[in-house]
Design a protein around this ligand. Sequence first.
Ligand code: GLN
Length: 298
Amino acid sequence: MLNKTSIHYLINYALQKLLSSGVTDSPKIDAEILMAKAIKKNRSYLYTWPEKQLSTNEINEFRFLLSSRLIGKPIAYILGKKEFWGLEFKVNESTLIPRPDTEIVVDKAIELAKKIQQNNTLDKVKVLDLGTGSGAIICSIKHELKNIDAFAIEVDKVAIKIAKINAQNLSLDINFIKSNWFNELKPSSHLFNLIVANPPYIEEQDQHLKQGDLKFEPISALASGKDGLRDITHICQQASKFLVNNGWLLIEHGYNQAHKVKELMQQNDFGKIETIKDHGGNDRATLGNLMYAKNKTK
Ligand code: GLN
């Protein structure tokens, strides 16, 4: 007789629901992840004990998780965590879910910080992550390069709490500053060697914002004015005040924004401008070197 309380049966039940809902490209994996979470076991347990019967509480929990997924809630939010750079990050609806493509930004930041370190034998390299969200970028950089001075700015009070927890869980010493971009910083007291940012950069009318995971993510971390460039423009205009001479600015942006970001950097005293591509071969981030800082004496 069919056992309707078994792991195997319930996973299949969820699989059918997820398949017909169309909310996910990976219904089987999702069903298994939800089951593993509901019964607090890892996924391999599900294959070892497919006939195991669940308690009423476990079934209720599973149904609750499944219903969240069926309305499109991202797996990362359901689990409250996401892996990035081989590290585990706590996330919630106040933080963007770290994307694999952002790892190329981390890669580049580490390369730049190392280069700066070699040329600056005396001082500690100061790195700022602007709009850190869950803290994924700065934690990954600091995890790799323990001897940098790491700073992170975030405006959202829930997000900054999450970022602090992530830094703490990873035993990383990072200075967090609650601020709307550079507003709370004094140029005289904060000069960085490298500023890195994954700001919002999607056009506010973009239909993708209403679809998939994006629908559940904080709009303030995604959309940025009519052309998606409002915040990037602001950052390019302000960054030179907070960079040492020859400091670097590295910004993630949309696949079609490289040209515009390059122009913005050029207009704001940056040179040696370079665009790097993501895992899918799309333009994804642009970096520039501050040639001459406006705030400094000639
Ligand atoms: N790359 C993300 C996406 O397109 C957007 C991230 C962002 O706006 N910073 O889903």
